[in-house]
Design a protein around this ligand. Structure first.
Ligand code: NAD
Length: 485
């Protein structure tokens, strides 16, 4: 029997659930089973896989309510849990629909050696390990797994031990489609289990924190397997004079507060131009007053609890550091500890880059606002970070916003809104700096990451013979040169 892990309920603070963590031997057994089934999954072809995956989409949709109920217990918030749970089928179908065009390859002729034709064969990695965090437990467990399965890989998913309840109803949906159950496994466990998954996989997709991401990258490097890392952020928003302040405030509040700020691309720093700074902060506070924690009931309020107990301590420590250095909480600012931990919308001013709250990932509903004098200063402040996930720019018109957006070192920059990459998943983007490593998870590249490209080359002319390489005297006019060598 594996190690029993006690699981805390984020609304009550009580450990009311447990899972049995798989150890290295369990993971190795599962990996061997998946590998044995992967050849048929791969060689059956895309149409075969899509037919099976569409059956899974139906099975997951049919269990949407059960998955949502488990996710609500995992996270303490209801609306987002329902949207995560009921979105699974649509995501599976979207990848199945998009894949044929993305995977199309055709024969080409070499321009350098016109007698040679070639075609690219797409060979999926055999076994992909997916390791995911607790902030969107279901969506982030599946975001890499779905395209990997479409590509023809077998997949092991190791979700976060903080939010594992959703695994049981999701596993039922997988078991309802036996061909899929042969190549997809959910692996319960903690960091040690995650490390075992990396030891067995041919490729790893990791979503989580920078410190764990570093361990994952090191473990993958030792095994010479690719690691795709999607890590933390400290996303800035810039509000320039002339911007529609109501619109900017609505977008910034949504992107700073949704899921109680427990979003990798949460807006965690706001820079407002000096001449509109006070007016903007007033609008932000006024609007934020209407946003409340769901502390009393799952049927009212907007902000769920801080899901992980240690995260509440990190947020509190950052707030204490900020207050000690002169920050002022214009709204909210104190964690409410009632079994679970809640924080109402927190707007801070008098902040600067000497404070942890402006430098470290907060992962809470905290919006610090700082003034700047001109565009150059705004760009310097926005780029003064080790992270580079995403950003937002608000200006009087698109051209003015784009001029600033193009100077920000981040993978996705929204103009006159925020967090647009979670809505426009077609746009490809890389994570800059410590926010990640590897090809784009978004757009068509999100599928193509799971293939190795193989070149099949056909000689339609006569093969060259060794006579081309015979030693010979230097001819008048210089050395001979063969660009095909
Ligand atoms: P975490 O790094 O603590 O854990 C993530 C996962 O890694 C968990 O499943 C955990 O069990 C596993 N793990 C821990 N140690 C491991 C090891 N040595 N080897 C293999 N796996 C190991 O992250 P978290 O606290 O669950 O999630 C929050 C973090 O995730 C934040 O930093 C957030 O910004 C980031 N995140 C990033 C994105 C993105 O797309 N960039 C999305 C969501 C969350």
């Amino acid at each position: 029997m594996g190690r029993l892990l006690k699981i805390r309920n984020p609304r009550t603070g009580v450990n009311d659930y447990e899972i049995e963590a798989q150890d290295a031997a369990d993971v190795a057994t599962t990996a061997a089973r998946l590998r044995a089934n992967q050849r048929q999954w791969r060689d059956g072809g895309l149409a075969y896989r899509a037919e099976i995956l569409r059956r899974w989409a139906d099975a997951a949709d049919a269990r949407g309510d059960a998955i949502a109920e488990a996710l609500i217990l995992d996270t303490g918030r209801a609306t987002l849990s329902r949207s995560e749970a009921h979105g699974v089928g649509a995501k599976i179908r979207r990848w199945c629909n998009d894949a044929p065009a993305l995977m199309e390859t055709r024969e080409s002729t070499s321009k350098i050696a016109p007698a040679v034709a070639f075609r690219q064969q797409l060979v999926p990695y055999d076994l992909v390990g997916v390791i995911s965090p607790w902030n969107f437990p279901l969506s982030l467990a599946l975001i890499d797994a779905l395209p990997a399965l479409v590509a023809g890989c077998a997949v092991m998913i190791k979700p976060s031990e903080v939010t594992p309840r959703f695994m049981a109803p999701l596993a039922e949906s997988i078991a309802a489609v036996p061909e899929l159950a042969g190549v997809l496994a959910l692996i319960p466990g903690d960091g040690a289990t995650g490390a075992a998954v990396i030891s067995e996989a041919d490729m790893v997709c990791f979503t989580g924190s920078v410190p764990t991401g570093r361990k994952v990258a090191e473990a993958a490097a030792k095994r010479f397997i690719p690691a795709f890392l999607e890590l933390g952020g400290k996303d800035p928003a810039i509000v320039l004079s002339g911007a529609d302040l109501e619109r900017a405030a609505d977008a910034i509040l949504r992107q700073g507060l949704v899921n109680s700020g427990q979003v990798c691309l949460s807006l965690e720093r706001v820079y407002a131009q000096a001449d509109i700074f006070e007016a903007f902060v007033d609008i932000l506070i006024e609007k934020a007053r209407a946003i409340t924690p769901n502390l009393e009931s799952l049927e009212a309020g907007h902000l769920g609890p801080i899901i992980s107990a240690p995260q509440a301590d990190i947020i509190e420590a950052q707030l204490r550091d900020a207050y000690a250095k002169g920050a002022i909480a214009r709204l909210g600012g104190e964690i409410i500890r009632k079994g679970g931990n809640w924080l109402g919308p927190t707007i801070l001013t008098n902040v600067d880059h000497g404070m942890e709250i402006m430098r470290e990932e907060t992962f809470g509903p905290v919006i610090p606002v700082m003034p700047f004098k001109d565009e150059d200063e705004a760009v310097v402040l926005a780029n003064d970070t080790v992270f580079g996930l995403s950003a937002a720019v608000f200006a009087k018109d698109t051209a003015a916003a784009l001029a600033v957006a193009s100077r920000i070192d981040a993978g996705g920059v929204s103009v006159n809104d925020a967090g647009l990459q979670s809505m426009t998943t077609e746009a490809e983007k890389n994570s800059f700096k410590y926010s990640g490593l590897g090809g784009s998870r978004m757009g068509g590249a999100g599928l193509m990451r799971f293939f190795r490209k193989k070149a099949l080359m056909i000689q339609n002319g006569a093969p060259r013979t060794m006579s081309a390489f015979a030693e010979r005297p230097v001819q008048a006019g210089g050395q001979t040169h063969d660009e095909n060598l």
